[in-house]
Design a binder for this molecule. Structure first.
Ligand SMILES: [Zn+2]
Length: 204
């Protein structure tokens, strides 16, 4: 495989990137000067160094003090409401909700969605970690399932509802989903602040 194909194969593995876009990235890099390419290589090789995964919500966050395992700034912020837990599929969804400034509870990042007809859904998401977190939050009043409004997102919400039902019966918290202010097919990460705000206000 030549160098052009090799690099475009790597870009093709990125979410949402097809073969033509992958090629476009490769040609873009070819037109960059040495300095920009060095900056890109440097940024890629440093990405994992200053970043940790939170042991409460499982999101990635900047952590200069990598030796110390600490919760992320959201989980360790005492003014955030620990009785409301929002479950999102990806880090990028969490960022969209934070940007809307409409939510002051805590989060859990599943890491993925559950595909329909999947035979081992518990392996697709952070299921054990979620259940541990739900039990750890002893004062939990509400779990908001905030998945995207598409087939896989809805299926994931259904799966989580079933999974969490015994915990809900035991602890008495309620389970809600975002209101349909979000139109069908909407990916959470692309929703603007006002839309997310009204979807949160209209949760049920
Ligand atoms: Zn966290």
């Amino acid at each position: 495989m030549d160098a052009l194909d090799k690099l475009s194969e790597i870009f093709k593995k990125f979410p949402g990137i097809g073969p033509r876009q992958a090629k476009r990235f490769v040609y873009h890099i070819l037109q960059e000067n040495e300095e920009d390419i060095a900056e890109l290589i440097n940024a890629i090789s440093n990405i994992k160094r200053g970043v940790s995964i939170c042991d409460k919500c499982y999101r990635y966050f900047e952590n200069k003090n990598k030796q110390m395992v600490v919760p992320c700034p959201i989980c360790s912020n005492t003014s955030r409401d620990q009785s409301t837990l929002m479950i999102v599929a990806k880090d990028i969804d969490l960022l969209a909700v934070e940007r809307s400034r409409a939510y002051n509870g805590v989060y859990f990042v599943l890491g993925n969605t559950v595909p329909i007809l999947d035979e081992e859904p518990h392996k697709k998401i952070r299921q054990g970690e979620l259940l541990y977190r739900v039990e750890e939050l002893t004062n939990l009043k509400e779990i908001i399932i905030a998945t995207s409004v598409n087939t896989e997102g809805e299926h994931t919400a259904f799966y989580l509802n079933t999974l969490l039902r015994p915990y809900k019966e035991k602890s008495g918290f309620k389970i809600t989903t975002l209101g349909r202010g979000l139109s069908t097919g909407t990916e959470l990460e692309y929703s603007d602040g006002d839309t997310l705000k009204s979807a949160l206000e209209n949760r049920h």
